[in-house]
Design a protein around this ligand. Structure first.
Ligand code: AMP
Length: 212
């Protein structure tokens, strides 16, 4: 099954994609994670992407489409996958359709995480990630036991460069301008399902399991 997670930054797509990865063994395909890995490795692609990411803007379609196509052609995506943060533009959505068609597949479900903007700013600015294992925390909602370090592996917790407040506002604006129209795109196909993303992680998870 091919599932697309749609929703603004901070709505909980990544957390839920990780849960599905554990429960169903469908890989979480996150273009954001792939781009951050490329930035960290200092590859040419990473260096090109960094400038866009730091400003909260979208990396050019051609770059992310190339990354995505390579990733979904790998054998671990055969049984299913969860797309987290892709597609983000109309061009990407159409490229995804084209690539899946070549593979004899199509998007089965699009899950839209509904949440008001004011909650997103708080969620994003308090978000912290373990730099070693990727476990996510929130300074208020879900703090680690030892301040600044991961409960699981003791790795240092870091704030994403683009989770600073001045960049957050731009990311939300970019989302509503470039990505929100995809809600209609998938609704027109009859495969859009809405979840109330203001609820807690377990409640959102059961709603998604119900949809799938
Ligand atoms: P995310 O982790 O999904 O919030 O993505 C972080 C940043 O990576 C975004 O603000 C964009 O700059 C870039 N990015 C991730 N996915 C895409 C995409 N599908 N298209 C364009 N830019 C992307």
């Amino acid at each position: 099954m091919i599932v697309v997670f749609l929703g603004p930054p901070g709505c909980g797509k990544g957390t839920q994609a990780k849960r599905l990865e554990s429960s169903r063994n469908w890989p979480q395909v996150s273009t954001g994670d792939m781009l951050r890995a490329a930035v960290q490795q200092g590859t040419r692609l990473g260096n090109e992407a960094k400038a866009y990411m730091d400003r909260g803007e979208l990396v050019p379609d051609a770059v992310v489409i190339g990354l995505l196509e390579e990733r979904i052609s790998r054998p671990d995506c055969k049984a299913g996958l969860v797309l987290d943060g892709f597609p983000r533009t109309d061009v990407q959505a159409r490229a995804l359709d084209g690539e899946l068609k070549r593979m004899g597949k199509s998007v089965d479900r699009a899950v839209y995480f509904e949440i008001p903007n004011r909650q997103l700013v708080e969620r994003l600015s308090g978000r912290r990630t373990c730099s070693k294992c990727g476990t996510m925390y929130h300074v208020i909602g879900n703090p680690s036991k030892k301040n600044g370090f991961c409960d699981r592996c003791d790795g240092p917790l870091v704030q994403r460069d683009d989770d600073r407040e001045e960049v957050i506002m731009n990311r939300l604006e970019v989302y509503s301008r470039q990505t929100a129209p995809l809600i209609q795109f998938y609704s027109d196909r009859g495969i859009l399902h809405r979840v109330d993303a203001t609820r807690n992680v377990s409640q959102v998870e059961s709603a998604i399991q119900g949809i799938l």
